[in-house]
Design a protein around this ligand. Sequence first.
Ligand SMILES: CC(C)(COP(=O)(O)OP(=O)(O)OC[C@H]1O[C@@H](n2cnc3c(N)ncnc32)[C@H](O)[C@@H]1OP(=O)(O)O)[C@@H](O)C(=O)NCCC(=O)NCCS
Length: 182
Amino acid sequence: MEVDLERLDLTTSADRRGLVAFMTGNPFPFHVGGTPSVREMESRMESGIYDDADHRSFWLVHPELGRIGFTRLEDLSDPTPMLDLRLEERFRGRGLGAPCLGAVTRHVFEEIRADRFEGQTRHDNIAMRRTFEKCGWVKEAHYRQGWPVPGGEAADSVAYAMLRRDWETGEMTPFQGVEIRR
Ligand SMILES: CC(C)(COP(=O)(O)OP(=O)(O)OC[C@H]1O[C@@H](n2cnc3c(N)ncnc32)[C@H](O)[C@@H]1OP(=O)(O)O)[C@@H](O)C(=O)NCCC(=O)NCCS
Protein backbone atom coordinates (compact mmCIF):
# COMPACT_ATOMS: atom_id res chain seq x y z
CA MET A 1 0.00 0.00 0.00
CA GLU A 2 1.63 3.21 -1.20
CA VAL A 3 0.86 6.63 0.18
CA ASP A 4 1.18 9.49 -2.33
CA LEU A 5 2.50 12.96 -1.67
CA GLU A 6 0.50 15.80 -3.17
CA ARG A 7 2.32 19.13 -2.97
CA LEU A 8 0.35 21.98 -1.42
CA ASP A 9 -0.09 25.07 -3.55
CA LEU A 10 -0.71 27.90 -1.13
CA THR A 11 -1.52 30.28 -3.96
CA THR A 12 -4.85 28.40 -4.22
CA SER A 13 -7.65 29.12 -1.79
CA ALA A 14 -8.48 25.38 -1.65
CA ASP A 15 -5.08 24.49 -0.19
CA ARG A 16 -4.98 27.55 2.07
CA ARG A 17 -8.40 26.70 3.48
CA GLY A 18 -7.51 23.01 3.66
CA LEU A 19 -4.33 23.67 5.61
CA VAL A 20 -6.04 26.04 8.06
CA ALA A 21 -8.83 23.50 8.60
CA PHE A 22 -6.32 20.67 9.14
CA MET A 23 -4.08 22.56 11.55
CA THR A 24 -6.86 24.20 13.57
CA GLY A 25 -9.16 21.15 13.55
CA ASN A 26 -6.79 18.52 15.00
CA PRO A 27 -5.04 18.22 18.37
CA PHE A 28 -1.22 18.13 18.33
CA PRO A 29 -0.42 17.33 21.95
CA PHE A 30 3.30 16.77 21.33
CA HIS A 31 3.93 19.96 19.36
CA VAL A 32 5.21 23.07 21.10
CA GLY A 33 2.56 25.28 19.50
CA GLY A 34 -0.30 22.77 20.05
CA THR A 35 -3.32 23.57 17.89
CA PRO A 36 -2.85 27.03 16.30
CA SER A 37 -5.58 29.62 15.79
CA VAL A 38 -6.80 30.67 12.34
CA ARG A 39 -4.96 33.99 12.75
CA GLU A 40 -1.70 32.21 13.65
CA MET A 41 -2.10 30.03 10.58
CA GLU A 42 -2.58 33.06 8.32
CA SER A 43 0.62 34.58 9.65
CA ARG A 44 2.54 31.29 9.39
CA MET A 45 1.46 30.89 5.76
CA GLU A 46 2.56 34.46 4.99
CA SER A 47 5.96 33.85 6.59
CA GLY A 48 6.81 31.14 4.04
CA ILE A 49 7.36 28.30 6.51
CA TYR A 50 5.12 26.02 4.46
CA ASP A 51 6.56 26.72 1.04
CA ASP A 52 9.75 28.56 0.16
CA ALA A 53 13.34 27.66 -0.76
CA ASP A 54 13.78 25.90 2.57
CA HIS A 55 10.31 24.34 3.01
CA ARG A 56 7.91 22.09 1.10
CA SER A 57 4.50 20.86 2.25
CA PHE A 58 2.44 17.91 1.06
CA TRP A 59 -0.87 16.21 1.68
CA LEU A 60 -0.50 12.51 2.45
CA VAL A 61 -2.94 10.66 0.22
CA HIS A 62 -3.92 7.05 0.88
CA PRO A 63 -5.15 5.01 -2.11
CA GLU A 64 -8.41 4.04 -0.38
CA LEU A 65 -8.86 6.55 2.45
CA GLY A 66 -7.94 9.69 0.51
CA ARG A 67 -6.20 12.56 2.33
CA ILE A 68 -5.04 11.28 5.72
CA GLY A 69 -2.48 13.83 6.81
CA PHE A 70 0.10 16.46 6.11
CA THR A 71 3.87 16.61 6.02
CA ARG A 72 6.33 19.45 5.80
CA LEU A 73 10.02 19.37 5.01
CA GLU A 74 12.23 21.98 6.66
CA ASP A 75 15.86 23.07 6.17
CA LEU A 76 15.91 21.95 2.56
CA SER A 77 19.06 23.92 1.77
CA ASP A 78 20.94 22.31 4.68
CA PRO A 79 22.70 18.95 4.30
CA THR A 80 20.07 17.44 6.61
CA PRO A 81 16.41 18.27 5.88
CA MET A 82 14.02 17.91 8.83
CA LEU A 83 10.66 16.15 9.01
CA ASP A 84 7.27 17.26 10.33
CA LEU A 85 4.62 14.51 9.98
CA ARG A 86 0.99 14.79 11.13
CA LEU A 87 -1.98 12.54 10.57
CA GLU A 88 -5.56 13.71 10.88
CA GLU A 89 -6.80 12.61 14.30
CA ARG A 90 -9.25 10.00 12.98
CA PHE A 91 -6.44 8.26 11.08
CA ARG A 92 -4.05 7.96 14.03
CA GLY A 93 -3.54 4.70 15.88
CA ARG A 94 -4.05 2.58 12.75
CA GLY A 95 -0.46 2.00 11.69
CA LEU A 96 -0.69 4.56 8.88
CA GLY A 97 2.24 6.66 10.09
CA ALA A 98 4.81 4.13 8.81
CA PRO A 99 3.75 4.11 5.13
CA CYS A 100 3.52 7.90 5.28
CA LEU A 101 7.05 8.17 6.66
CA GLY A 102 8.19 5.74 3.95
CA ALA A 103 6.69 7.93 1.23
CA VAL A 104 8.25 11.13 2.59
CA THR A 105 11.66 9.45 2.96
CA ARG A 106 11.49 8.23 -0.62
CA HIS A 107 10.67 11.75 -1.80
CA VAL A 108 13.64 13.22 0.05
CA PHE A 109 16.17 10.73 -1.30
CA GLU A 110 14.76 10.70 -4.84
CA GLU A 111 14.11 14.42 -5.27
CA ILE A 112 16.56 16.22 -2.96
CA ARG A 113 20.34 16.05 -2.83
CA ALA A 114 20.52 15.17 0.85
CA ASP A 115 22.46 12.29 2.37
CA ARG A 116 20.63 12.40 5.71
CA PHE A 117 17.01 13.02 6.74
CA GLU A 118 16.24 13.79 10.37
CA GLY A 119 13.21 14.05 12.62
CA GLN A 120 12.90 15.16 16.22
CA THR A 121 10.05 14.52 18.58
CA ARG A 122 9.19 14.70 22.25
CA HIS A 123 10.60 11.69 24.08
CA ASP A 124 7.13 10.54 25.19
CA ASN A 125 5.65 10.61 21.67
CA ILE A 126 5.78 6.81 21.57
CA ALA A 127 3.67 6.47 18.42
CA MET A 128 6.13 8.64 16.46
CA ARG A 129 9.16 6.91 17.96
CA ARG A 130 7.77 3.47 17.09
CA THR A 131 7.02 4.75 13.59
CA PHE A 132 10.63 5.86 13.14
CA GLU A 133 11.86 2.50 14.39
CA LYS A 134 9.49 0.49 12.20
CA CYS A 135 10.85 2.38 9.18
CA GLY A 136 14.49 1.66 10.09
CA TRP A 137 15.36 5.13 11.38
CA VAL A 138 18.07 5.22 14.04
CA LYS A 139 17.92 7.14 17.28
CA GLU A 140 20.99 9.39 17.24
CA ALA A 141 20.40 11.80 20.11
CA HIS A 142 18.54 12.38 23.35
CA TYR A 143 18.31 16.01 24.47
CA ARG A 144 17.53 16.47 28.14
CA GLN A 145 14.91 19.21 28.60
CA GLY A 146 15.27 19.95 24.89
CA TRP A 147 11.54 20.31 24.17
CA PRO A 148 9.85 23.46 25.52
CA VAL A 149 6.48 22.86 27.18
CA PRO A 150 4.44 26.08 27.55
CA GLY A 151 3.69 26.72 31.22
CA GLY A 152 5.61 23.66 32.41
CA GLU A 153 8.99 22.07 32.73
CA ALA A 154 10.70 21.33 29.44
CA ALA A 155 10.48 17.71 28.29
CA ASP A 156 13.30 15.68 26.77
CA SER A 157 13.48 15.39 23.00
CA VAL A 158 14.89 12.68 20.79
CA ALA A 159 16.37 12.76 17.30
CA TYR A 160 16.10 9.99 14.73
CA ALA A 161 17.65 9.92 11.27
CA MET A 162 17.83 7.91 8.08
CA LEU A 163 20.94 7.95 5.90
CA ARG A 164 20.65 7.82 2.13
CA ARG A 165 23.16 4.96 2.20
CA ASP A 166 21.06 2.95 4.65
CA TRP A 167 17.87 3.69 2.72
CA GLU A 168 19.53 2.39 -0.47
CA THR A 169 21.12 -0.73 1.04
CA GLY A 170 18.60 -1.60 3.74
CA GLU A 171 21.51 -1.87 6.20
CA MET A 172 22.22 0.28 9.24
CA THR A 173 25.54 2.15 9.26
CA PRO A 174 27.05 1.70 12.73
CA PHE A 175 28.14 4.63 14.86
CA GLN A 176 31.84 5.52 14.57
CA GLY A 177 33.16 5.22 18.10
CA VAL A 178 36.15 7.30 19.20
CA GLU A 179 37.52 6.21 22.55
CA ILE A 180 38.41 8.91 25.06
CA ARG A 181 41.46 7.91 27.09
CA ARG A 182 41.29 8.72 30.78
C1 LIG B 1 2.85 10.25 15.32
C2 LIG B 1 1.99 9.63 14.22
C3 LIG B 1 2.50 10.07 12.83
C4 LIG B 1 2.15 8.09 14.34
O1 LIG B 1 1.38 7.44 13.36
P1 LIG B 1 0.24 6.38 13.78
O2 LIG B 1 -0.17 5.67 12.55
O3 LIG B 1 -0.82 7.12 14.54
O4 LIG B 1 1.04 5.42 14.74
P2 LIG B 1 0.39 4.20 15.54
O5 LIG B 1 -0.64 4.68 16.49
O6 LIG B 1 0.02 3.16 14.56
O7 LIG B 1 1.60 3.74 16.48
C5 LIG B 1 2.79 3.18 15.98
C6 LIG B 1 3.23 2.13 16.99
O8 LIG B 1 3.41 2.75 18.28
C7 LIG B 1 2.69 2.01 19.25
N1 LIG B 1 2.21 2.95 20.28
C8 LIG B 1 1.50 4.08 20.09
N2 LIG B 1 1.29 4.69 21.27
C9 LIG B 1 1.89 3.91 22.21
C10 LIG B 1 2.04 3.99 23.62
N3 LIG B 1 1.54 5.02 24.32
N4 LIG B 1 2.72 3.02 24.25
C11 LIG B 1 3.26 1.99 23.57
N5 LIG B 1 3.16 1.85 22.24
C12 LIG B 1 2.48 2.80 21.56
C13 LIG B 1 1.54 1.38 18.50
O9 LIG B 1 1.03 0.25 19.17
C14 LIG B 1 2.24 1.01 17.20
O10 LIG B 1 3.00 -0.15 17.45
P3 LIG B 1 3.12 -1.33 16.37
O11 LIG B 1 3.65 -0.69 15.14
O12 LIG B 1 4.05 -2.27 16.98
O13 LIG B 1 1.74 -1.83 16.18
C15 LIG B 1 0.50 10.05 14.39
O14 LIG B 1 -0.03 9.48 15.57
C16 LIG B 1 0.31 11.57 14.43
O15 LIG B 1 0.18 12.19 13.40
N6 LIG B 1 0.29 12.15 15.65
C17 LIG B 1 0.11 13.60 15.83
C18 LIG B 1 1.23 14.44 15.23
C19 LIG B 1 2.60 14.05 15.79
O16 LIG B 1 2.78 13.89 16.98
N7 LIG B 1 3.57 13.97 14.87
C20 LIG B 1 4.95 13.67 15.19
C21 LIG B 1 5.80 14.88 15.05
S1 LIG B 1 7.31 14.61 14.15
